[in-house]
Structures are given as C-alpha cells and as structure tokens.
Design a protein around this ligand. Structure first.
Ligand SMILES: [Ca+2]
Ligand SMILES: [Ca+2]
Ligand SMILES: [Ca+2]
Length: 414
C-alpha cells in the first residue's frame, strides 16, 4: 500500500514597596474640585468634571478613602488587550473571517486566543512531507530534541534509534533533517503553528507550540512502513497530537482478506498511540465520496483516538472535493482558500482536507495547553459536542457541523 498526500496588556508587575505609586481613579464629592486634592499630587489628570486620576502611594490612597471630598477611589486598572495578532493575514478567513452574507464560518480563533495562544509544552507531530526547516515563520516553533541539539553530530545522543534527530526525522530517506521538497507539509505545519504575532506571514492556530516534523514522503508517496515508524517515533518522543494529512483507499465493504491485512499494522500503530494518550487527527480525503461506503484510511479506521476531518467552505457547505460520512467523518473544518506557510519563506493558498485537518490538530493543541490531562476521547468529544451545526452539514459528519476553537476550549476547562 502506498499513501498519498491529499493535495488539492500589558501587565505591570507591582512590587510591594510602600513608597511605590500607583494610579488611582477618584470621583470627587460634588462640592469639591481637583484643586482641593492637589496637596496629594501635582499631576492631576482630569477624566471628567468630577473624576480625576492621581498617582498615589498605597498609604495616601488609604487616607483618601475616609476623606469626605472623595466618593470613590479605586486603582486605575489596566484592561487586557484582546489578543489580536499582528500577522492575521486578511484572507485567513478560517481563523475569524466572515463570508459575503456576513456568516462566521470559521474556527472562532480570536475568542479562543483570549483564553490561550498555545504553549511550547504541547508537542504536535506533523507526519507529512516534512517542512521548510529554515522558514522564518516556523523556526521558533519547531520541537527540539535537546540531547541531540547539544550532542555530537553523527551520534544518537538520546539513544532513541535515530541519529541527529534534532527537530524530527526524515523516515522516507533515513536522514536527520526532515526537509520538505513538496510544500505540503510546510503548509500543514503553518496552520497548526506558524509563529503568531511576530509581524510575519501568517498566524497559526497555535502562536506557540512544538512542531515535531516527521517526513514520510519520498517522491510521490509514503510507504506504510515509514508511516508506522513515524507514529511510533512521535509517541516515544513525547508528541500528544499527530496530524496526518494523507491516506490511501480501501478496504471497502467486501474487501479481500489480503487488502484487509495490508492495513492491519498501520491500524495497530494508531491504536498503540491511543493507548499512550496520543490523539490522531486525520484528513478525511478529497474524493468527494461518502467515506462510510468508500473509506480513506487512516481517517476512517474505527478507533477512539482518531478524529477524521472533512472540509467546509466559507459558505458553510461541504467542499466539493471533500469526503463526508455520518459515521466515518467526525467534524468539518475550513479547507478551501487556506493561507499558510510555503517553501522558501512567505505563504500561499492551498485547498483540501489536508488543510482542514491541521486546524483541528491545532485546536487539540490549544485544548491541551489549557488542560494537559485531556485524553484523546475528551478532545474528540469536546470538539464534537461544541461544533457549530449547520443544516447543510447535516448527516455529512458525526457532529453535523464545523469545529469551534473557543467553545472547545471552554468545554476543556471544565
Ligand atoms: Ca537520537
Ligand atoms: Ca547527535
Ligand atoms: Ca507569523
């Protein structure tokens, strides 16, 4: 069996020093004016007729609390900036855009980012065609195998069976550097976690994350054996999420024994990952097929830790190319007109369930950032129970809708 790419605030830290001054918001008794308080400070800032801002020590503020000239005194609190990244490209509609009818067919990322923008503690393995390992918008978010980074070239410093695997590995060529020569993996990695708010290119679902880059592709396809090695590597080296934007057909109903047997070892590798608490997010496929009848694997394997992702357009409908299936496809996510990182730097627009899947893997990463104890089933259930249902998606996937990062996070914090 060969597997194919599915183308297509500022927070000030206050010290406890008694002499330190803070800003206070003060409302004056109507019989008084700011002039009456100038004994306390010369730098009076007038907000409105009876409301002023003064810079005071804690002691001075306490005194004013009992002062008849003052009817209200409180710290001039700093509001938190709502987290809007400076690199959300205008056409990254999947994150927060609206369509021409004003509908928000997006993953609700802006609200999610007020809760978390991700953490380097979460490791997402991108098993794909590798990544541009020098891409300026990805380099900060690559997973780092510290023992290899600080070790000796040519030596397997962490004794995990792979030499010099600093950011991942190229299973297709058995080389240390998982360099992308197709562009597919670079794009997928950027959707999961292109560095956010760095004034560069695009923003990933995670602004910060550890992307473990595992390349299984060589020329046109990936060997099943290499995909199994990559899955086992991801699990053994600390990944909590795997994204698989690839697959192969069969076995459909009435498949031969031989065909079934071809899939057994890949199935078992993903099952092993599940037992170690690793969630496996997979693209449903681009055959415009009902995958309950004509499945694409691994997405359609019946395993609790697999989340199969179809593609929704910004009209809220199943993308023309996308597989669907009320049993074998779990959720939909944006997969058309997706801007993400491209080889050689910069960004490009691609389409496919390959582009939908990493949105969901990215949300899984955010969920683990707020709650590291989530199991693969928790993640899957939270995504399904909170998705935005649409009549056009009814019967097209388990949740009858598309994923919502914000709602998934809220469910994950309970
Ligand atoms: Ca090693
Ligand atoms: Ca080494
Ligand atoms: Ca960026």
């Amino acid at each position: 069996m060969r597997l194919f790419i599915l183308l297509s605030i500022i927070l000030f830290s206050f010290s406890s020093q008694a002499s330190e001054r803070f800003e206070y918001l003060i409302k004056l008794n109507k019989n008084y004016s700011k002039g009456h308080l100038q004994a306390f400070a010369s730098n009076v800032e007038v907000v409105r007729e009876d409301v002023i801002v003064l810079s005071l020590t804690q002691q001075e503020a306490n005194k004013l609390k009992t002062d008849s000239r003052v009817t209200h005194i409180s710290r001039n609190r700093l509001m938190q900036v709502l987290k809007t990244p400076n690199d959300l490209a205008p056409d990254q509609w999947a994150m927060d855009g609206r369509n021409k009818s004003g509908e928000a067919i997006n993953i609700n990322a802006l609200l999610a980012w007020d809760i978390t923008t991700g953490t380097k503690d979460v490791v997402v393995a991108v098993i794909d065609t590798g990544a541009d390992m020098t891409h300026p918008d990805l380099v900060d978010n690559f997973w780092v195998n510290v023992k290899e980074r600080d070790g000796q070239p040519g030596v397997d410093d962490d004794n995990n069976g792979y030499i010099d695997d600093i950011n991942g590995y190229h299973f297709g060529t058995n080389q240390a550097t998982p360099t992308d020569t197709f562009g597919h993996g670079t794009h997928v990695a950027g959707t999961v976690g292109a560095k956010g708010n760095n004034n560069l290119d695009v923003v990933g679902v995670n602004w910060d994350v550890s992307l473990m880059i595992l390349n299984i592709f060589e020329k046109a396809g990936a060997r099943t054996s290499d995909s199994i090695r990559a899955i086992d590597y991801a699990v053994a080296n600390g990944a909590q999420v795997i994204n698989a934007s690839w697959g192969g057909p069969g076995p459909a109903k009435g498949a031969s024994k031989e065909e079934l047997e071809e899939h057994r070892l890949l199935y078992e590798a993903i099952e092993r990952a599940g037992k170690k608490g690793v969630v496996f997010v997979a693209a449903a496929g681009n055959d415009a097929a009902n995958s309950d009848i004509n499945p694409l694997y691994p997405a359609a394997y019946d395993l609790d830790n697999i989340i199969s992702v179809g593609s929704v357009s910004n009209l809220g409908k199943v993308s023309l190319f996308s597989n669907y299936g009320k049993i074998s496809v779990d959720v939909m996510a944006p997969g058309v007109g997706i801007r993400s990182t491209s080889m050689g730097g910069g960004s490009e627009i691609l389409l496919g369930t390959s582009m939908a899947s990493p949105h969901v893997a990215g949300i899984a990463g955010l969920m683990l950032a707020v709650n590291p104890t989530l199991t693969p089933s928790d993640i899957k259930n939270n995504l399904i129970s909170t998705c935005n249902q649409r009549s056009a998606l009814n019967g097209k996937c388990v949740c009858n809708g598309f994923v919502d990062a914000y709602a998934s996070l809220k469910a994950s914090m309970k």
